[in-house]
Design a protein around this ligand. Structure first.
Ligand code: SF4
Ligand code: SF4
Length: 458
């Protein structure tokens, strides 16, 4: 039985009714250390407590009462990047990444944080509030203030952290895509598939052109695309901060919505959303009212690259003359086992010289919000990715995750590299569109370069 000390302002109380990881999740660790070499945080600090093995040991000692579940102990759970590399490396099936997330749930039970209810319970799952909260950013972009700030070099006057936060932002759409995208997009030719599109929050608010491209490519390849407008956040932000209750509520909302849409497949172009949505079946497996529905829902979810490679795909006629590399989002490669498909899509495009990057599947240091919460470590991890990127001499780095894209933008700005960050689907879409207009190779390249320069200009 678990006895922990629940600390309040004035006193310490005991409780033994916590939801906690089961013992077999950590007791079987044989301390072999095979997980150390793949861990980005261990690699930067070479400290046992910042390693997967250390986090497993801290979990065991904390839950067994040998150590207090103190803020310092819990901090090691929050400093994990959830990249899941250790899960794959462990020979006995320990999942240190999952344990760290579960320990954050324990933290929420012993020291609940009110701000999480506001942020993850009230703001993030409400698309209208999110659109309102991000309005100042769109005004900043729309009125040209961002361009002025950069032309005048005012960002140089800001502290480095503020500069990096600003550099994360892509060129923002004037209106959230949710307000613009039709609920039904007809197939360009004969409709062969009825596909649901899960429009993620970051895609709607920040990377609208990417999701526009996704819908265009799907429609071009025989899909009637249904985009329910009332979808809410996939739940990953709440999961990362230990609020599994909110993740479940959001999952139930989205499951019911897509049931009404009567679609065969649910496509997403966000690696994080895809990974979370595919886990809904597991998440709700013990809820008799939802287990079957959640399982059916998760089985339908596909990353866009995964889906496109599973149907007869039109070969794009346009050319893109560029050297392109690819960064694997952790939530796509390890979370979903999808890594061949985006590479194959890129290599379908005539003119692209694809170059594989060393350690393409090594975490970029984003992990959603680590650049904000663990700034120094996040930049250290990003530095390794940038070294590998520079060695490719690529002009484009493609990656299908908004968090990774924002992080990569920070590194590229910091080093002053002439590299554009894109979603693979944007290049595919552009190759289709330039083929339509029979543009010459030079014109095609110019179009893509312009589009991506606009994306990154601030
Ligand atoms: S998930 Fe990544 S950062 Fe966290 S312990 Fe495992 S390897 Fe290290
Ligand atoms: S978590 Fe797995 S890989 Fe890491 S030390 Fe324990 S048994 Fe070895």
């Amino acid at each position: 039985m678990l006895i922990v000390h629940r600390q309040t302002k004035d006193m310490t109380v005991q409780t033994d009714n916590l939801t906690r990881p089961s013992e077999d999740q950590y007791l079987n660790c044989i301390r072999c250390g095979l997980c150390l070499s793949v861990c980005p945080t261990y690699r930067e600090y070479l400290s046992e407590t910042a390693s997967p093995r250390g986090r497993v040991a801290l979990t065991r000692k904390g839950l067994d009462g040998e150590l207090e579940l103190s803020p310092n102990l819990m901090e090691q759970m929050y400093s994990c990047f959830a990249c899941m590399a250790c899960n794959d490396a462990c020979p006995v099936g320990i999942h240190p990444a999952d344990l760290a997330l579960e320990m954050r749930q324990v933290q929420e039970q012993i020291r609940p944080a009110g701000w999480k209810e506001t942020l993850f319970g009230k703001l993030i799952p409400n698309p209208n509030r999110m659109e309102l909260a991000t309005l100042p950013l769109r005004i900043y972009e729309k009125l040209g203030l961002r361009r002025i700030v950069h032309v005048l070099g005012l960002m140089k006057l800001m502290p480095a952290k503020i500069r990096d936060m600003e550099a994360m932002l892509p060129r923002l759409p004037q209106r959230p895509l949710r307000q613009v995208l039709p609920e039904v997009t007809n197939s360009a030719g004969e409709s062969r598939y009825r596909v649901g599109f899960f429009l993620g929050c970051a895609q709607s608010l920040m990377f609208a052109e990417e999701s526009n491209a996704t819908v265009r490519v799907l429609a071009r390849n025989g899909c009637t695309v249904i985009t329910p407008k009332e979808t809410v956040c996939c739940g990953m932000p709440a999961a990362g901060y230990g609020r599994q209750d909110l993740v479940m509520a959001q999952a139930q909302h989205n499951i019911a919505l897509f049931e009404q849409a009567r679609v065969e497949i649910i496509v997403t172009d966000c690696a994080t959303c895809g990974s979370t949505l595919k886990d809904c079946g597991q998440l709700l497996k013990d809820d008799p009212a939802w287990a079957e529905r959640a399982s059916a829902f998760s089985k339908k979810v596909r990353d866009v690259s995964e889906y496109l490679m599973s149907i007869p795909l039109e070969k794009p006629q346009g050319r893109i003359e560029a050297r392109v590399t690819y960064h694997d989002p952790c939530h796509l490669r390890r979370g979903q086992g999808v890594w061949k498909q985006p590479r194959t899509l890129l290599q379908m495009i005539d003119g692209i010289e694809f170059v594989e990057m060393s350690e393409a599947d090594w975490c970029c240091g984003s992990a959603g919000s680590q650049l904000i919460t663990h700034y120094e470590t996040s930049l250290k991890v990003l530095g390794r990715k940038m070294d590998n990127l520079e060695n490719t001499q690529a002009e484009y780095i493609a990656s299908g995750c908004p968090g990774c894209q924002m992080q990569l933008n920070v590194g590229i700005r910091q080093r002053g590299l002439n590299v554009q960050v894109v979603h693979p689907i944007e290049l595919l879409d552009q190759a289709y569109r330039s083929g339509d207009f029979s543009r010459s190779r030079e014109e095609t390249t110019e179009v893509v370069t312009t589009i991506n320069k606009e994306k990154s200009d601030g």
